[in-house]
Design a protein around this ligand. Structure first.
Ligand code: GLN
Length: 312
C-alpha cells in the first residue's frame, strides 16, 4: 500500500495546514440560504480504510450539508431495489458537460437525463426509489446511520429540516426539471413529492468521518458495515459514473487533477473512492464556479500526489 512513511495521520494534518482557506475566495451556493452560514475557513478531511481504520484532521467531526453527495447513496439504494434494468431505461450514463441544474439537454434527450448525478437524473433516481420507499429520504438516512453512526457519543447523520424547508421554498428550478420530466413520462410520482424527497435527502447533515465511513462500501466492492450493499460489479459501476459525472462539468478537470472517482455537493463536501484501499471525504464550504469545493479539490489533488492513490 501507499501507507509508508510519513504516516497518513501526519499527511492529513499537513494537508489541513496547507489547504485550510486563509481568505474568502470562492463562492457560496445561491438559492439555499441555510448553506451560507459556515465560516469560510472550515476545512476537514477523513480517510476510512478498507482495513477498518479511520484517520482524520481539521474539522472532520463537524456536520455539514451533504447536498449532492447524497446522489451516490440514493443511486446505490435505487440499484439495490431495482428490477434489473428498470432504472437504466430512465437515465443515461454520459457526462453532461453542463451545470448540475441544467435543463437544456433534457429536451434534446426526450426527457432522459444524461446521468444520475445531475439534478434531473437524481430526480428520476429519487422518483424510482420513492415508488418502493415513499419516504425515500428517510430510507437513505437510515442507510447512512447504519453505515456511519451514531458513534462515540455523536448523534450521527440527521436531516436539517429547516434547511430543507428553506431550499424547498426556493426550488423553482428543480420543480421545473421535475415537471419537464413528467411531461416526457419519466416521472411517476407527483413532481412536488419527488422534489420534497430530493431536497430532504440533500439536507442530510454528516461529518467528514461519517461520509467517509458511509462511502466505504464503494471501496470494498459493495460490502458495507453490516453486510452486502451492492454486488461488486454494481459498486464498480457507481465508481465509473462518479469518475465521469461526479463533478458535473468539471469531471474531466477533476479526473485530471485527482485521478479518482468523486462526488461533490454544494455544501462543500467531496466523497472520493480509492478502490480496494479507502474512502475519503473532504469538506470546505467555499466553491469554484462549477459548484465544487475549491480547497477540497486542491487538497485531494495534493493527497493523491502524495500517497499515489489513483485509479490510473
Ligand atoms: N440541493 C442542491 C440543488 O438541488 C444540490 C446541488 C448540488 O449539491 N450540486 O440545487
Amino acid at each position: 500500500t501507499a501507507l509508508d512513511s510519513p504516516p497518513l495521520g501526519l499527511i492529513l494534518a499537513d494537508i489541513v495546514r496547507s489547504h485550510r482557506p486563509r481568505s474568502e475566495a470562492g463562492s457560496i451556493p445561491a438559492g439555499i440560504p441555510h448553506l451560507a452560514s459556515p465560516p469560510f475557513d472550515r476545512f476537514g478531511i477523513a480517510v476510512a480504510t478498507t482495513s477498518g481504520d479511520v484517520f482524520s484532521a481539521g474539522d472532520a467531526d463537524l456536520p455539514f450539508s451533504i447536498q449532492s453527495i447524497s446522489k451516490v447513496f440514493t443511486l446505490a439504494m435505487a440499484l439495490g431495489a431495482d428490477d434489473p434494468g428498470t432504472l437504466w431505461s430512465r437515465v443515461l450514463r454520459e457526462p453532461s458537460g453542463t451545470s448540475f441544474n441544467s435543463l437544456v439537454q433534457l429536451e434534446v434527450e426526450h426527457g432522459i437525463p444524461r446521468n444520475p448525478f445531475i439534478n434531473s437524473g437524481a430526480l428520476v433516481v429519487t422518483d424510482h426509489l420513492t415508488e418502493r420507499f415513499p419516504d425515500a429520504a428517510g430510507h437513505v438516512l437510515q442507510f447512512l446511520r447504519d453505515q456511519a453512526g451514531p458513534h462515540g457519543g455523536r448523534q450521527g447523520p440527521f436531516i436539517d429540516e429547516a434547511a430543507a424547508k428553506s431550499e424547498l421554498a426556493n426550488s423553482s428550478r428543480n420543480l421545473a426539471l421535475a415537471h419537464f420530466l413528467k411531461d416526457f413520462g419519466n416521472l411517476h410520482r407527483p413532481a412536488e413529492a419527488v422534489v420534497e424527497n430530493y431536497v430532504r435527502q440533500c439536507s442530510i447533515m454528516m461529518s467528514c468521518v461519517e461520509v467517509a465511513k458511509a462511502g466505504l462500501f464503494l471501496a470494498r466492492g459493495g460490502r458495507g458495515t453490516n453486510g452486502t450493499v451492492l454486488s461488486r460489479s454494481e459498486a464498480k459501476r457507481i465508481g465509473s459514473i462518479m469518475l465521469t459525472c461526479g463533478m458535473y462539468d468539471a469531471a474531466g478537470e477533476f479526473a485530471y487533477r485527482v485521478g479518482l472517482p468523486g462526488k461533490s455537493g454544494v455544501g462543500g463536501g467531496i466523497l472520493v473512492v480509492v478502490p480496494g484501499e479507502c474512502s475519503i471525504c473532504v469538506w470546505s464550504p467555499r466553491l469554484d464556479s462549477k459548484g465544487n469545493s475549491l480547497a477540497g479539490t486542491a487538497a485531494l489533488a495534493d493527497l493523491s500526489d502524495r500517497t499515489g492513490w489513483s485509479v490510473f
